[in-house]
Write a protein that binds this ligand. Structure first.
Ligand SMILES: [Mn+2]
Length: 545
């Protein structure tokens, strides 16, 4: 889309719209939920009894190493005694399932006696796990669980299915459909939890073998006559989608999309999730510092990719959260550069955009630094300007001009245009707010923020004009990219790309926490850090890390 038109669309409405009205674009269901859920507050609807916890602990001891995923008994270095998965207790998983179904029911009730042409007070939600994906033949990609499925179950097995129901009396039942135990398959791929142990491990009401899926779905639907919620488009399991279409036809009920309810819950992090976000951001921050300190001209972008991956994993991250951008010199002007195969030149800036995943939660950092440890004059001018801008934007969060992510973006575009004018990259005659903002957008043609959580671009359907409230985590990532062919910019600035990206949490007290604060970005501190390697004896000849 034309840059100006896009800006026009973005700026004109948000500037006029008050924060209270801006959220009206999001369906009513979001408003209803955002007022009922309270981030960071202790759970009130816990349904796990002490006897249950003791029962689970005993089963885990008996089944040590024989379940389909790590537990506190098999992996005490990763999972605490009360936790189902790293950082999250079973009781929280159960509460999420209950909350989701209550939210759906509350939403439907706002329509009165009839919802979607039916008067049933019952609801059924079906959600599939991710399936295994293959590179070629029998060679699998690394398995990553579907984020929604993991959020609601903590279950790490592929192909499983979750069924949630809420009846007239508001009883929430949860059922899991699991791959059955299979000695031959388990010999190759490792143990499966199986339906029997899924009940105590995941705290569900019932569990079945996957082969019973169709029969059980039909039975529950027949008994409850519920509204049926299923996200067909994002389902990874073709057979489940077929089952659901059949069920929808048999029951004469449309399949209703549930993703907005899940995203509204995932948008606001619980205390446990806040801790996981702090952890994943800290791992990536410290790893970044080491990579920056060790980098030097002559190395390959590829080496820095390997280094950040290695350092994050050594701090117990599962893997990098996305293919990183490691871009030296003018490669940094390509926003999604992922070739990562060029050598670092002596005068190059290096832009690295990388993050890791810890306990299912992602970090997302960008830093730009001089490979040699010394900025050139034009590099330093642009870096100082962008650094100052980024710090100011962080300071604007939850204040006028920063009450939503879109407002942060608008403020960024305007300030960037203004600062570029001050250093002579934008003509002195420009004084109009909109024109300055469009000049800023020309040099930074991407949004300055996205929500962050289990996914890197988390809760993507939550509008970015939603008011920023406690529990939210998002990035602040202004950049400046000047192509080599940018004829109207002084030659010394051409071919420079810089981005500085931090991850922010609004904690339960309403304070802004910069989760990636440990990652060096101050220009003076950055130069000092990057000169460390150069000072070491024998550092004049570049070596691989
Ligand atoms: Mn980002």
């Amino acid at each position: 889309m034309n840059v100006l038109r896009r800006l026009d669309r973005l700026i004109a409405p948000t500037a006029r719209r008050s924060a209270a009205i801006s959220t009206s674009l999001w369906p009513n269901r979001w408003m209803a939920q955002s007022t009922t859920s309270s981030p960071g507050s202790p759970s009130t609807a816990s349904t796990v009894t002490a006897a249950e916890v003791r029962g689970v602990a005993q089963i885990l001891r008996q089944q040590k190493g024989n379940l389909g995923q790590p537990t506190s008994v098999s992996h005490p270095h990763l999972i605490q005694p009360d936790e189902l998965v790293p950082g999250v207790e079973l009781t929280e998983m159960k509460d999420r399932r209950t909350q989701l179904m209550q939210n759906i029911r509350a939403y439907a009730r706002t329509f009165g006696a009839e919802f979607n042409g039916h008067s049933s007070p019952c609801h059924m939600l079906v959600l599939g796990a991710a399936s295994k994906k293959y590179m070629s033949g029998k060679i699998p990609y690394v398995f990553r669980q579907n984020s929604d499925f993991y959020y609601l179950t903590g279950c790490l097995e592929p192909d499983a299915v979750l069924l949630l129901t809420i009846d007239e009396a508001q009883n929430v039942q949860s059922e899991l459909f699991m791959r059955p135990k299979d000695p031959h398959a388990e010999l190759w791929d490792g143990p499966r939890t199986g339906p029997e142990l899924a009940v105590p491990l995941f705290g569900v009401t019932e569990a079945h073998s996957l082969s019973q899926l169709e029969a059980v779905l039909a039975k529950r639907a027949g008994a409850l006559k519920p509204h049926i919620w299923f996200d067909q488009k994002t389902s990874d399991l073709p057979s489940l989608a077929q089952n659901m279409l059949r069920l929808s036809g048999d029951q004469q009920r449309p399949l209703l999309p549930a993703y907005t309810f899940l995203e509204a819950m995932r948008l606001l992090k619980s205390r446990a999730e806040m801790q996981l976000m702090r952890r994943t951001c800290d791992i990536a921050s410290r790893s970044f510092n080491e990579v920056m300190a060790e980098s030097q001209p002559g190395q390959s972008e590829h080496h820095l990719f390997a280094a950040i991956d290695y350092k994050c994993r050594m701090r117990n991250a599962s893997y990098l959260a996305y293919p990183p951008v490691v871009a030296a010199g003018h490669n940094a002007t390509v926003i999604h550069y992922v070739a990562n195969s060029q050598l670092l030149g002596p005068q190059d800036l290096v832009l690295m955009d990388a993050g890791c995943e810890y306990g299912g939660y992602t970090s997302d950092i960008t830093r730009t630094w001089p490979a040699s440890g010394h900025f050139t004059e034009p590099q330093r001018t642009l870096y100082d300007m962008l650094h100052q801008l980024q710090v100011e934007i962080i300071g604007t969060v939850m204040k006028p001009g920063g009450e939503t992510l879109d407002q942060l973006f608008e403020t960024t575009c305007y300030k960037l245009g203004k600062y570029l004018q001050e250093i002579g990259l934008v003509g002195k005659s420009v004084s109009d707010y909109k024109e300055l903002a469009s000049q800023g957008y020309r040099f930074c043609p991407h949004h300055v923020s996205h929500y962050l959580g289990m996914d890197v671009h988390d809760t993507p359907h939550v509008p970015r004009n939603t008011r920023i409230v406690p529990g939210m985590v998002f990035t602040v990532e202004p950049g400046i990219y000047i192509g080599q062919d940018c004829g109207d910019v002084p030659p010394e600035f051409r071919g420079i790309g810089i981005r500085i990206e931090d991850d922010l949490l609004i904690n339960e007290h309403g304070h802004v926490e910069v989760l990636t604060e440990a990652c060096v970005k101050d220009p003076r501190a950055l130069q000092e850090l990057c000169q460390q390697q150069q000072r070491k004896p024998g550092a004049s000849t570049a070596k691989a890390l």
